[in-house]
Design a protein around this ligand. Structure first.
Ligand SMILES: Cc1ncc(COP(=O)(O)O)c(C=O)c1O
Length: 397
């Protein structure tokens, strides 16, 4: 099977997991702290808060923006229809309203022109935030998006769950906004199984995210490694108050575990190597499949992209449709995934939006019903790339 994602446990992974077991602590502790410090440094932000998943990173980040007063509850958030559903779910679960704008069919990212249009056509006062997704590792035009955000007094929050290490003018995606979320789910560029993180330069927001992820507890220390005793930051006039068990916000339990963080530390060390191998596989797949490029739109290659996978879109043709192609590929042991489906028009859980967006998102609708992806991960070999090339040729004769 040539899978969409893969994660292999080698001697280093076994060693660090055993170290966690021997440390006597498996809930958040020193490995989580170390991961947070190293990931922030790697991405180029002051703070990183590790959480249980990319979905919880989005929800915690959005709630922190609301609790800080930077955005108002119930306001509108401009986002993409083509993404993993978590982005839109998080907006709704944080009590905000998603507004979908169309994508660039080459990069699958929302465009400044589409964002401007929706603001010009609506009441800009109802909007608070732009939440672009760097899909498949392709980066959105953050300069253009931030320019519009500034003009309209909005904030931006990048969903970089699929773009660890993608670059915009030499800087990491995820550093162009008030905050950004990442997912370390097993099939992602940098993987640990299940974990997420929010990065930000804002100390106050980082503290609020720490509170939200721990049921809104008062304690928002960024560096606390205390395991016993009275908190040194407890108010002097109330020695009995323990900030870990006093809650001044309503939050969730979005904490992660030492195991994932330990694996994450190893992954950070391998990040460049992983990104380069994925990029090289994309280049090789593009060369091998180039003869089919009148039938399938192959992904654009760029050294700046940290590829989540190998996305393709079937062109308008009468040779083959997506369902048959995916079925035939799977029969040959090549795992595939649809390119998510346009959320307001094609996802059943968002069917209430269908009428409103009918005909308004032509690129997203097309990609949502004709796009799909296969793996380009770091364990895929040249022989497997050859096998994939031959399989495509045999199916689309
Ligand atoms: C763009 C995007 N945002 C958010 C998420 C949610 O991450 P998780 O699955 O870790 O909750 C994902 C997961 O695939 C994603 O692709």
């Amino acid at each position: 099977m040539i899978t969409v994602g893969d994660f292999r446990i080698g001697p280093e992974e076994k060693k660090i997991i055993n170290e966690v077991l021997d440390s006597g602590r498996i809930s958040e502790g020193k490995y989580v702290k170390k991961f947070e410090m190293e990931f922030a440094k790697k991405i180029g932000t002051k703070y990183c808060v590790a959480v249980s998943s990319g979905t919880s990173a989005l929800i915690a980040g959005l709630l922190a923006l609301i609790y800080s007063g930077k955005i108002k509850p119930g306001t509108k958030v401009i986002t993409t229809p083509i993404t993993y559903i978590a982005t839109s779910n998080a907006i709704l679960l944080a009590g905000l309203k998603p507004v979908f704008v169309d994508i660039d069919p080459e990069t699958f990212c929302i465009t400044p022109a589409a964002i401007r249009k929706v603001l010009e056509e609506g009441n800009p006062k109802e909007f608070s935030l732009i939440l672009p997704v760097h899909l498949m590792g392709y980066t959105c035009d953050m300069e253009g998006i931030n320019k519009i955000a500034k003009e309209y007094g909005l904030l931006t929050f990048e969903d970089a769950a699929q773009a660890h290490g993608s670059k915009i003018n030499g800087k990491n995606a995820g550093t162009f906004s008030v905050m950004a979320d990442y997912s370390f789910y097993i099939a992602h560029n940098i993987q640990v199984g299940e974990m997420g993180a929010v990065v930000t330069d804002d100390r106050h927001l980082a503290g609020l995210i720490r509170q939200v992820k721990a049921n809104g507890r008062m304690c928002d220390c960024l560096e606390c490694t205390r395991t016993q005793g009275i908190c040194p930051h407890a108010p002097k006039d109330d020695n009995d108050l323990d900030p870990r068990f006093t809650h001044n916000l309503v939050g969730y339990n979005f904490k992660t575990m030492e195991f994932q963080a330990a694996l994450g530390i190893l992954q950070i060390g391998k990040m460049e190597e992983i990104i380069a191998k994925r990029g090289s596989n994309v280049k090789k797949l593009n060369e091998r499949l180039s003869k089919l490029s009148d039938i399938i739109k192959l992904p654009i290659y760029s050294d700046d992209v940290s590829y989540l996978a190998y996305p393709m879109v079937l062109k308008k043709n009468n040779k083959i449709n997506r369902l048959r192609l995916r079925q035939e590929l799977e029969k040959k042991g090549i795992e595939t995934r649809p390119l998510f489906g346009s959320i307001p028009t094609q996802q059943p859980s968002f069917c209430g939006y269908k009428e409103e967006y009918k005909g308004k998102l032509p690129h997203a609708d097309y990609v949502g019903s004709n796009g799909f992806y296969i793996g380009c991960h770091q364990y895929i070999t040249d022989e497997e790339i050859e096998y994939v090339g031959k399989a495509f040729e045999d199916i689309i004769k």
